[in-house]
Design a protein around this ligand. Structure first.
Ligand SMILES: [Zn+2]
Length: 304
């Protein structure tokens, strides 16, 4: 069984609190581990979550405010200490190359991991693999910021009863999938007859931003979306001034874009009641709302 889940490592914006670590999110997607925005303390949060440095395959930073990147030194050094063997790709806004270099070489260590920097220059696809595509979209924050989206290609779901009726068995199924048709007992069976369209799963990661075109592009049809909601609607003027979203704005955008599960996070320390974020979001969004807490594990919702 493949695992597709979001492991929440931290949920605080700007200042960690007793209950909330700085940001940090690990998306486990089959064999991949996408680490988004590791804030201060991420290395230890990985340990609390029972995860290892070797679980990471990509590092994706939205921008270079500390709550989104101060965990890079610890994580990067740990990858070398643990002798992670596979390449790990690092994506971040290209304008922050110098910041990334400082974080990567913040102190002395023996660099053994194969960390490959692939800075993001513009909107578009930045990585491909068995998982599908990883793309970036520009957001609207005080500094250059990109959100990320993972998209699995659409495929075909095999229908066992139709396969049986057509007399297609065992290794013939694999051949039919590869070739699109197969001869069975003198009759041609086409893939379309014994399978149905299977929509690929989509994940979106939207951090520090005001509402903008990029938010919609990232969220479009996402099965699971992580969206910052630093503020509540009552403080919408602060959200606008500092380049953030409210829970209400995040929920309205998610509803318009057909998101299925909305994970709210990156909370300002000015609020102490997470229930207020859920209530505000539920007024606008009919899907599943998760007000993220540290060390939550949130499954990518099952295929429909
Ligand atoms: Zn932030």
């Amino acid at each position: 069984m493949s695992t597709r889940e979001l492991v929440v490592l931290g949920t605080a914006s700007q200042v960690p609190t007793r209950a909330r670590n700085h940001n940090g999110y690990l998306l486990r997607w089959d064999g991949e581990g996408f680490l988004f925005d590791p804030g201060d303390g991420t290395q230890r949060q990985l340990a609390h979550a029972g995860l290892a440095a070797s679980d990471l395959t990509r590092l994706c930073l939205t921008h270079f405010h500390g709550d989104h990147c101060l965990g890079v030194p610890g994580v990067v050094q740990r990858m070398s200490l643990d002798r992670v063997r596979h390449p790990v790709y690092a994506h971040y806004p290209a304008s922050g190359r110098e910041f990334f270099a400082r974080l990567r070489y913040a102190s002395v260590y023996h660099e053994a991991a194969d960390l490959r920097e692939e800075p993001v220059e513009a909107d578009g696809v930045i990585g491909t693999g068995a998982f599908g595509t990883l793309s970036a979209r520009r957001l609207d924050h005080g500094v250059e910021s990109f959100g990320y989206r993972i998209e699995e290609p659409d495929g075909r779901r095999m229908l066992p009863d139709r396969l049986a009726a057509a007399g297609v068995h065992g290794p013939q199924v694999g051949r039919l999938q590869a070739d699109g048709r197969i001869e069975v007992g003198g009759r041609a069976v086409a893939l379309d007859e014994v399978s149905e369209h299977r929509r690929g799963q989509r994940f979106a990661f939207v951090m520090d931003t005001r509402l903008c075109e990029g938010v919609g592009a990232l969220l479009d049809g996402a099965d699971l979306a992580v969206v910052e909601s630093t503020f509540l609607d009552a403080d919408a003027d602060l959200a606008a001034a500092y380049g953030h979203l409210t829970a209400g704005q995040a929920a309205r955008a998610a509803a318009e874009c057909g998101v299925r599960t909305l994970v709210l996070t990156h909370f300002s320390q000015r609020y102490d009641d997470p229930a207020a974020f859920r209530a505000e979001a539920a007024r606008h969004f009919g899907g599943t709302v998760v007000v993220a807490a540290d060390l939550d594990r949130i499954p990518v919702p099952g295929r429909r």
